[in-house]
Design a protein around this ligand. Structure first.
Ligand SMILES: [Fe+2]
Length: 995
């Protein structure tokens, strides 16, 4: 080791440092350690000039790595400079994952990641060693310093990097080495009450206290949960600080740590002061300013102690960034970008338009990553390679927490992308494997299905790591092992195909947000007749009259008993292009009758295509009506499947992706850029943004990208996101409020005598019944909270951060819709309550309602197919004859084939699962999230209200009169039941769009 003799010292303590090395490297005898580029982008002599200056220049990698520390050089002197010490640690941390062996040097950079086992052992045995070495080298005692001055006790809760990332277990060893070699974590408190008299600024700022070294204070270390450690601290109190309102932290360790909280037990004159941090603190060299954390008292900007205001503003400037450059892992910058990262312009198959930034293709903004543009199109951002895709930038504190990673969520998503998808692509070109019968499909859940044979599948089995294969492909080498049986076929394997269940899922399934009351008959189109000709419905009274339970059309319309699931206008403009691909589908309209027992029945399905000669000639439509026997019954079944295919597309692209995931991201970005962590609205909303940027970034890499899983598995194919952007044109923020949405769809009318002020058109509409309970609970909570901080409308108008936030949401985040007249104001306390309630509703309950039912209902593909490869057979064709003879086979040949079904089931199984660190509505990550007692009480009240709602839901699900709550498939409606266990439960409302 360079210069200081540490290597010799460690060796004399009997430490075999080569045992720390877990990577694989070639034999290293041809590569110059300092001069060649071999372990990072620059040569080590450029990266570490201070070390190079005192090092033997001509050594090879083998010389250094073979004898690890000895090989780093010869002693030149006994004291290292601070820079040398710092560089040394950094260099060591890079090298501990590299191991020379007898492979050729051309394989130098082949590394392995399996450091977990060794790291645990190493971690404990090295601690004592480093303490001893520290004493030896620096004469330093690790005993706590004694002091006669005022002392304050406290606690720091943090997680070391190694606890969070099982690819980097060496970090803790290096950190301990650093502590002993004089590199520390230091903290400086900032006074909320005493000004910095030495500051040259005109406005006052809080005095910054003396730097104190965290490690010097530590008296005990106790693990709290897996990974978290509490450090009890006792330190000399700097009396000039008075009340600490914030602290600066400087990390001189080589690796980052996750700082959770810091609590001071008894600050003289002030008692307990709590800082909630929940943030990654990287080594100081990555930051231009020291990291700052504020005490957990919320203040409106104008009420913030004047001495803290400059710090509050500077922190927001840091988070906004400067709008340029590529953002790196440690960055914390929240900024906006267009969806220009989905395409690969060099490949015609994967070229797509930029989504967002134009009136033709408007879209919400995503988080900026700053990756360089592609060479062929400077407006398209380059994509990461498949291998690097998990490293896509999101602001550091937005990345998935460790538990989620250890639940293999990220790995599963990656596996889908890296291994399964290319193989599915290969199979596409080969023979398409069909399910031969519904019995075959059932075998997915019983373990009896044989894998389709062929090279590609063999390759899947060989390529996917064994851990992932178990989760994903579930093969024991013979057949696919079991997927869990989706709820929709658990009680009865065929009830899904009944008309009653088909209709019920529009009220209580995974997409209960599209059905509308039909107010005029026949249904009309809003498409421009000049472009699309006559697109009004061709359904007439004679099609449906015999299904109206003895009534007539006029009466059922008047009695609010006729409903429609209308996807005609959404898909028709794209139908010609979609059907020019391998997809063969229709734009559909479904009419439903509300029966006397409160259930719906489908009475007509209209299947429409563009006129083959010209769009202007209008739609060519076919009307199918219910039939029980013969080929008509089979045609009716196929018609329902086309509706389910349309509904699956709308569900995934619109109800789920666009209306929750994509629309929330601008709020996440604007909140972090414009509202300080001290702002009460930041504290209110922050839990509802957890993991959203991360899952959306993963979605851009894997799911919605050109050639991604969505394009592969949904009938909309390459037009998926483009189509989604057309529908965003009609998105309106205030209409996302559940009561407004129900009214707009005719599913409720205002009625002050009804609960929540609304009377439902279909009384037993489970999504609406439970949704209104949850909506009202959220609204009451938000009202209780906001009225504590905003005493009058002036306090809203004068809140500069709130005003900037709302302006930015409108003008930047949802900038393509900034001129829409529907944008609500932010001028009154009521505006704050209304707007925040909508945001929380979208992020929590709306997302849960459309997300966690995916596996329960669509885990069985015949119930919710996602694509079709054939149109309805016409009479006098061989296909028509086949339909008569083997209807099940024709059905399966029409909907998603086997491999796409597997891909789709695998994906929705991942997306429908709760991880073990999920935080549900009414819960907070940290009980001390605010020190304001009234909001804490209101939050407790909110939690109790949600418990009451759970009891009510349980009771309603047992009430057999409420037929829509369980239906013929006997699946109770639990998608808005607030709490849940982990896994595939079909219930639970997480706080945020997190999966
Ligand atoms: Fe989701």
């Amino acid at each position: 080791m360079v210069g200081c003799g540490v290597g010799v010292a460690l060796t004399s303590y009997g430490v075999d440092l080569s045992s720390m090395i877990m990577g694989i490297l070639g034999d290293g005898h041809e590569i110059s350690f300092w001069i060649d580029k071999w372990v990072c982008e620059k040569s080590l002599m450029i990266e570490y000039p201070a070390l190079f200056a005192i090092e033997k220049k001509g050594v090879f990698v083998l010389d250094c790595m073979g004898g690890i520390l000895r090989g780093y050089g010869r002693s030149k002197r006994n004291v290292l400079t601070a820079q040398e010490k710092y560089d040394l640690g950094s260099l060591m941390s890079q090298h501990q994952s590299i191991h020379t062996h007898t492979l050729k040097s051309s394989e130098l950079r082949t590394l392995t990641c399996n450091k977990r086992r060794r790291g645990d052992v190493l971690d404990s045995c090295m601690e004592d060693l480093f303490r001893k070495v520290g004493k030896l080298l620096f004469g330093k005692s690790d005993a706590k310093k004694k002091s006669s001055r005022v002392q304050v006790k406290g606690k720091v809760v943090l997680m070391k990097k190694n606890m969070l990332d099982f690819n980097d277990l060496g970090a803790s060893v290096m950190d301990r080495a650093y502590e002993l070699f004089g590199q520390h974590i230091s903290i400086q408190f900032i006074s909320a009450t005493h000004a910095d008299t030495g500051s040259s600024e005109k406005r006052p700022r809080g005095k910054v206290g003396k730097e104190a070294i965290l490690e010097d204070w530590i008296s005990t270390i106790s693990p709290v949960t897996a990974g978290e450690s509490t450090y009890e601290i006792t330190f000399d109190w700097d009396e000039e600080i008075g009340l600490p309102g914030a602290f600066l932290v400087k990390n001189l360790h080589p690796s980052e740590f996750y700082l959770i909280t810091l609590t001071l037990e008894d600050v003289p004159g002030h008692g307990q002061v709590h800082f909630v941090c929940n943030s990654w603190v990287y080594p100081s060299k990555y930051y231009t300013k020291d990291r700052i954390f504020f005490a957990n008292k919320a203040y409106l900007p104008g009420e913030t102690p004047a001495l803290l205001r400059p710090y509050r503003e500077e922190e927001l400037e840091t988070l906004r960034g400067n709008g340029t450059g590529m953002l790196e892992e440690w960055d914390r910058v929240y900024d906006y970008a267009l969806y220009n990262d989905l395409a690969e312009p060099d490949d015609e198959e994967k070229a797509r338009p930029i989504i967002g930034g134009s009136s033709d293709l408007p879209y919400p903004r995503r988080g900026r990553t700053g990756r360089p543009p592609t060479e062929s199109d400077p407006n398209i951002e380059s994509r990461l390679s498949l291998i690097e895709s998990h490293n896509i930038y999101v602001p550091r504190d937005e990345r998935f927490g460790h538990q989620k990673r250890s639940d293999f969520l990220a790995y599963e998503l990656e596996a889908v992308l890296k291994f399964l998808l290319p193989e599915v692509e290969a199979l596409y070109d080969a023979t398409i494997d069909e399910f031969d019968s519904l019995k075959d499909v059932m075998e997915l859940y019983t373990g009896g299905l044989k894998l389709p044979q062929g090279q590609s599948l063999d390759k899947i089995l060989k390529t996917i790591p064994s851990l992932i294969i178990k989760e994903l492909v579930r093969s024991d080498g013979e057949g696919l092992s079991k997927y869990s049986t989706p709820q929709v076929i658990q009680a009865d394997p065929s009830a899904w195909s009944s008309d009653e269940e088909f209709a019920r899922e529009m009220l209580a399934g995974v997409n209960p947000v599209s059905i509308q009351l039909l107010k005029e008959f026949p249904p009309t189109s809003k498409l421009d007749a000049k472009v699309y000709g006559n697109q009004h419905s061709s359904i007439r009274s004679h099609h449906i009259e015999e299904h109206l339970d003895g009534s007539n059309v006029e009466n059922v319309v008047k009695a609010n008993r006729l409903f429609i699931l209308d996807y005609h206008d959404s898909f028709m403009p794209y139908m010609r292009r979609i059907n020019a691909t391998s997809s063969k589908v229709y734009a559909t309209r479904t009419l439903l009758l509300l029966q006397n027992d409160g259930t719906l029945k489908p009475i007509a399905i209209e299947l429409s295509l563009p006129h083959p000669d010209d769009d202007k000639l209008g739609a060519i439509s076919k009307v199918c009506t219910p039939a029980k026997d013969g080929v008509e019954a089979e045609i009716w079944k196929l018609a329902k499947a086309y509706v389910a295919i349309n509904d699956s597309g709308v569900h995934q692209l619109i109800s789920h992706w666009l209306n929750t995931h994509a629309v929330i991201e601008p709020f996440v970005i604007a909140t972090n850029r414009q509202l300080s962590v001290l702002h009460p609205i930041y504290k209110l909303l922050h839990p509802h943004f957890r993991d959203t940027m991360n899952i959306n970034a993963s979605a851009r890499s894997i799911l919605i990208s050109s050639g991604g899983v969505i394009e592969k598995t949904f009938f909309t194919g390459r037009y998926s996101i483009e189509l989604c952007s057309k529908i965003y044109k009609n998105w309106a923020f205030p209409n996302q409020a559940l009561p407004k949405d129900l009214i707009l769809r005719g599913m409720a009318v205002e009625d002050s005598s009804s609960p929540h002020g609304l009377r439902l058109t279909i009384e037993d509409y489970p999504y609406a019944v439970d949704g209104l309970e949850i909506w009202s609970a959220i609204k009451t909570w938000v009202q209780d909270y906001c009225t504590f901080y905003y005493k009058n409308d002036d306090s809203v108008l004068n809140d500069t951060e709130l005003q900037s936030w709302w302006k930015e949401v409108r003008e930047e985040g949802h900038g393509d819709l900034k001129h829409e007249p529907w944008w609500p104001n932010m001028n009154s306390v009521q505006d704050v309550i209304d707007n925040c309630t909508i945001i929380i509703w979208i992020a929590s309950a709306l997302h849960a309602a459309v997300n966690f039912g995916q596996y329960p209902y669509a885990g069985y593909p015949p119930n919710r197919p996602t694509l079709s490869r054939r149109l309805i057979p016409e009479p006098n064709t061989p296909e028509y004859e086949e339909l008569k003879e083997n209807p099940e086979k024709v059905f399966l040949k029409t909907v998603s084939p086997q491999v796409q079904s597997l891909l789709s089931i695998t994906l929705i199984e991942i997306l429908s699962r709760h991880t073990s660190d999920e935080i549900y509505l009414g819960e907070r990550e940290c009980p001390e999230w605010t020190m304001d007692t009234e909001p804490l009480k209101a939050f407790e009240k909110f939690g109790n209200k949600l418990k009451e709602i759970e009891e009510r839901i349980t009771k309603m699900n047992k009430d057999e009169r409420l037929k829509n709550r369980y239906g013929p498939v006997k699946v109770p409606y639990t998608l808005l039941f607030p709490s849940s266990k982990d896994g595939l439960t079909g219930m639970g409302i997480p706080n945020s769009v997190s999966i």
